[in-house]
Ligand binder design. Structure first.
Ligand code: SF4
Length: 457
C-alpha cells in the first residue's frame, strides 16, 4: 500500500505535493519522494523514511521547480525496502524523462519481468512499477497517451497510477477499482490523490473518483479522458481500506470511512455483545470510531483506556517481527484510573499475527483489568493479499493456524469474537460483489498468475 498524489497547474506544485504526502503518511512510512516538471526538465527528490525526514530542509523545494508534480509515500509490498526502490521512479524514455507513482500490486509481474529480461531489459529496481515503464518504452503507438493505454492493457492486478511526462499528468486506475484514487480542484489547480484527506489539507474540492479502466490526461489543453479498457461488470474495491488503511476523515469508494467504521462497530455489537462489560475501549486510532459504534449499540460506556504515542509508525508496517514486538510498548500505554477493576471490551480492527493483541492484553491486565473481551471489526484474515496490502505469508497469519478459541488462549483474553463476512458486507453501501474480500474468503477477484512479494503458498 502506498499514498500517491499528483498536481497540475500550480506554481508551488512541489510544496503542495509535499503537503499532500504529509496527509497520506499513514499509507506508507518507508520512503517518500516528489518529482516536478516545468514542461521541459524534471526535478526529483526521494529518500527513505517519513515525509518530514525526507523533506526536512526547506531548500529542497527551491530545486523542485515546475508547475506540476507527482509524489509517493512508499510501503513495500513488492521489492525490498531500500533507497533504489523509493518512488516516484524516474526513467529516461527516448529523448525525455518520465516518472511514475504507483499504488497497488501487479499479479503478472514475474512473467512480464522474465520476458523483458530475456529481451535484454536491465532493471534498476525490484519494484513492479519499473515493469510498467519497460513495457511503455517498447510500445510504438503514435502518441504517449496511446502508448500508456496499450501498456495498461498488458498489466494485470491492482493499480492506481499517476505518470508525469513533458506532456502533463497521466492518471489511471485498474478495471476493478481495487485501490482508491480521487480527483479534485483548487481553483485552477487539478489534484489527484489516493485519499480525499489530501484534498482537504490543500483546501481543494473533491470532484469525483477516477473510474475503473479510465486514463485521464491533464495538460495545457485541459483534461481528456478515455477508457483504456472497459471496466469489469463488478468492481472489487478493497474492503480493508475501510477497516484499517484509510484515514477516517477520508471519503473512499464513495463513502465516508468514519461512517463505515461506526457501522462495522454497530454490526459487531449486534453479533456479539457482552452484557457484563463495564466499558468499551479501542485500540487507537483505526478502531476508535468502530468502538464508538459498538459502545452505542451495546449500551456500554465508551472510554479512552489506551493512549497511543503518535510518533511511532504502525506496527505491522515495520519490516521484521523483532521490531514489531518491541514496538508495541513504544506505541501504547494504559490509563490506569479508567481500567482498574473493570471488565473491558477491547475493540480492534483486525488480527494479523496476534502479537500486538497479546501484548496489549498483558498491558491491560497489568493496569488492573478484571476481564478482557476482544471484539474484532473484521472477519479472520486467513489469506494473503496480492493487491497491495503487506500481509505476511499464509502460514504466519494467526487466524489461519488457530481456531478462535485457540487464539483467545494464545493472546490471553477471556473471550474473542470477530465480525462475520455477512455482517461486514451488510454494513457497506454498494452491492457485496463490488468489494474484494479475498483476505477473508480466499476468493480472489483477479487470478494470481505469479506469486509475488512475501507470499509462499
Ligand atoms: S485481499 Fe484484502 S487487503 Fe487485499 S485487496 Fe482484497 S480486501 Fe483488500
Amino acid at each position: 500500500m502506498c499514498g500517491i498524489i499528483g498536481l497540475y497547474n500550480n506554481p508551488e506544485a512541489g510544496t503542495f505535493a509535499y503537503m499532500g504526502l504529509y496527509a497520506q503518511q499513514h499509507r506508507g512510512q518507508e520512503g517518500a519522494g516528489i518529482v516536478t516538471c516545468d514542461g521541459d526538465k524534471m526535478y526529483s527528490h526521494t529518500g527513505q523514511g517519513l515525509v518530514s525526514d525526507v523533506f526536512s530542509d526547506s531548500k529542497i523545494f527551491d530545486n523542485l521547480k515546475g508547475h506540476y508534480a507527482i509524489g509517493h509515500t512508499r510501503y513495500s509490498t513488492t521489492g525490498e525496502n531500500n533507497a533504489t526502490n523509493v518512488g516516484p521512479l524516474l526513467f529516461n524514455l527516448g529523448d525525455s524523462f518520465i516518472s511514475i507513482a504507483h499504488n497497488g500490486n501487479l499479479v503478472n509481474l514475474t512473467s512480464i519481468r522474465k520476458k523483458l529480461q530475456k529481451n535484454g531489459a536491465i532493471f534498476q529496481t525490484t519494484t513492479d512499477t519499473e515493469i510498467i515503464i519497460h513495457l511503455l518504452a517498447r510500445r510504438t503507438e503514435p502518441t504517449l497517451t496511446k502508448r500508456i493505454a496499450g501498456t495498461l492493457k498488458e498489466i494485470e492486478g491492482a493499480f492506481s497510477i499517476i505518470i508525469i511526462s513533458k506532456e502533463g499528468l497521466h492518471i489511471a486506475r485498474d478495471t476493478k477499482g481495487i485501490r482508491p484514487l480521487c480527483f479534485g480542484k483548487l481553483n485552477d489547480t487539478i489534484i489527484v490523490a489516493s485519499e480525499t484527506c489530501a484534498l482537504d489539507l490543500l483546501g481543494a474540492q473533491y470532484i469525483r473518483d477516477i473510474n475503473p479502466g479510465e486514463l485521464l490526461t491533464v495538460n495545457n489543453f485541459g483534461e481528456s479522458s478515455i477508457q483504456f479498457e472497459t471496466p469489469d461488470k463488478n468492481k472489487s474495491h478493497c474492503i480493508f481500506e475501510y477497516i484499517y488503511f484509510s484515514r477516517p476523515d477520508s471519503q473512499v469508494f464513495g463513502e465516508n470511512v468514519d461512517k463505515m467504521r461506526r457501522k462495522f462497530g454497530k454490526t459487531l455489537a449486534e453479533e456479539s455483545t457482552i452484557d457484563s462489560a463495564d466499558i468499551v475501549i479501542s485500540v487507537p486510532d483505526s478502531s476508535n470510531t468502530c468502538a464508538m459504534g459498538y459502545a452505542a449499540t451495546s449500551n456500554t460506556k465508551y472510554e479512552i483506556g489506551l493512549i497511543r504515542n503518535h510518533y511511532v509508525g504502525r506496527t505491522f508496517i515495520f519490516p521484521n517481527q523483532r521490531l514489531r514486538s518491541l514496538n508495541v510498548r513504544l506505541k501504547f500505554n494504559t490509563v490506569k484510573g479508567v481500567l482498574d477493576n473493570r471488565e473491558v471490551v477491547l475493540v480492534d480492527d483486525s488480527i494479523v499475527r496476534g502479537t500486538t493483541l497479546r501484548k496489549l492484553s498483558q498491558l491491560l491486565k497489568d493496569a488492573g483489568v478484571k476481564k478482557v473481551h476482544v471484539r474484532i471489526s473484521s472477519p479472520p484474515v486467513r489469506y494473503p493479499c496480492h493487491y497491495g496490502m503487506d500481509f505476511p505469508t499464509k502460514d504466519e497469519l494467526a487466524a489461519n493456524k488457530h481456531t478462535v478459541n485457540e487464539l483467545a488462549e494464545i493472546i490471553k483474553v477471556d473471550t474473542l469474537n470477530y465480525l462475520t463476512i455477512e455482517g461486514l458486507l451488510k454494513s457497506v453501501s454498494l452491492n457485496k460483489d463490488d468489494y474484494c474480500t479475498a483476505c477473508f474468503s480466499g476468493e480472489y477477484p483477479i487470478e494470481i498468475k505469479d506469486k509475488v512479494g512475501k507470499e509462499i503458498f
